[in-house]
Design a binder for this molecule. Structure first.
Ligand code: AMP
Ligand code: MG
Length: 404
């Protein structure tokens, strides 16, 4: 759906990206290297969890029935540590000392904690009845061998990899990590550490994108900086279009005489699917494909890169990774101070968020221009301000994307 300005909407652009992005093939990965990846198969537990009835406390294993008529004195016939089970069953009238995680011996059905009994001369005095099952972690109480621990689409974070390890699983099938080439354009760009000549600025989009991609679960490769020269563009892009799942360019995607990216790509048979989205910052963003290779042309201004990454590139990375819900998650919050709307384009306004009681309050930051990366560095939220007249008023409920 085209807007009055001839640009497509953010939703439409996202729809086009999601239509072309495909999950990558799975590969086997050790769980230590699976952080942030997405399962491509259901994973079943290889063992019962816990694998045996185990003690939840340091104390004494006994038979609940023996404590029904207190006080009870029971001889300690063995001492069980975690990893060292007793070598025989517990007979009626006996107790065994046991540590947390120790295997509750056959014959015992309860553990009385250390601090509730008196030990003397290798026996305990139990002052109160101990309920059946007290402080015993049931075998398979968490999950049974053969049961599914995690479903396909599960994103592997700390709890998920720990569950796999506990269930005896050391390797899983995950979608491959997207390999993403980053090609930066601009004759004015120097690397930090070098001296700046007249008219030059430091290059910041390469490291921005590499960092964002890495945190998103992709494998970035910085392919260098290309001068605003047609032959250099063609050489660099020809190489950049090989060997990656996705290519991201920065700069040179607008309408100036030195904006060569789109013309070069057209020569290299990249099919452009959109150029120009009704969003601020980020209007000149373009997206195309060459076979199953996705190509994003992001604008040069760093804040435009930040915003278009969140709106279009991250969702694509999510699809390639196999994340079931790839689009940005909008959260709601209360706006701390008024924001004027842009009459033509949806705007994403940098803001900081804070807790006030149960509510989250977002405070728009000064500096809404797209070159102001230093002001963006203080932001942890992008407030979505729909195009229109007037303003979003202080105290209104708004939607935002968390960016930190
Ligand atoms: P462009 O889209 O190439 O016209 O660039 C728009 C603005 O962003 C210009 O002011 C550029 O100097 C600036 N810019 C382009 N690329 C970068 C970059 N990699 N790092 C920092 N600023 C950039
Ligand atoms: Mg440029």
């Amino acid at each position: 759906m085209s807007t009055a300005t001839g640009l497509i909407s953010v939703d439409e652009a996202q729809r086009i990206v999601l239509e072309r992005a495909k999950r990558l093939d799975p590969e086997r990965v050790p769980i230590e290297r699976a952080a942030g990846r997405v399962l491509a198969e259901p994973v079943a537990a290889l063992v019962d969890l816990p694998p045996f009835p185990s003690s939840a406390m340091d104390g004494y294993a006994l038979r609940s029935a023996d404590t029904a008529d207190p006080p009870t004195r029971l001889p300690i016939v063995a001492r069980i540590a975690a990893g060292s089970p007793a070598d025989r069953r517990l007979a009626p009238g006996e107790a065994m000392a046991i540590s947390t995680g120790g295997a509750v011996p056959e014959g015992a059905d309860a553990v009385v904690p250390l601090e509730l009994v008196e030990e003397s001369d290798d026996a305990i005095d139990v002052p109160e009845p101990v309920a059946q099952g007290a402080n015993v972690r049931e075998r398979a109480g968490d999950v049974s061998a053969g049961d599914i621990v995690l479903e396909p689409g599960a994103r592997l974070g700390p709890a998920q990899v720990a569950a796999l390890a506990a269930a005896g699983v050391s390797e899983v099938q995950c979608s491959k990590r997207p390999r993403v080439g980053i090609l930066v354009t601009g004759s004015e760009l120097r690397q930090p550490g070098e001296p700046l000549g007249a008219g030059e600025i430091y290059e910041s989009n390469g490291v921005l994108l590499a960092t964002a991609l890495q945190l998103a679960g992709a494998v970035p490769a910085q392919l260098g900086v290309v001068a605003d020269d047609a032959d250099e563009h063609e050489r660099a892009m020809e190489r950049a279009l090989l060997g990656f799942d996705m290519l991201i360019t920065s700069g040179g995607a607008s309408v100036g005489p030195h904006d060569l990216v789109r013309a070069t790509q057209a020569k290299l048979r990249v099919e452009e699917l959109f150029w120009g989205v009704s969003v601020k910052p980020g209007k000149p963003v373009a997206f195309g494909v060459r076979r199953d290779h996705l190509v994003f042309n992001l604008p040069g201004n760093p804040v435009s890169v930040l915003v278009t990454f969140e709106l279009f590139v991250r969702p694509a990375v999510n699809v390639l990774l196999g994340v079931p819900d790839p689009l940005p998650e909008y959260r709601s919050a209360i706006l701390a101070s008024a924001v004027k709307r842009n009459p033509h384009r949806d705007e994403y306004v940098r803001a900081t968020r804070r807790r006030e009681g149960d509510a989250v309050v977002v405070e728009p930051l000064p500096g809404r221009e797209s070159h102001m990366i230093a002001s963006a560095a203080r932001a942890d939220a992008l407030v979505a301000v729909a195009a229109g007249d007037g303003e979003l008023a202080a105290g209104e409920e708004i939607r935002y994307i968390a960016i930190a």
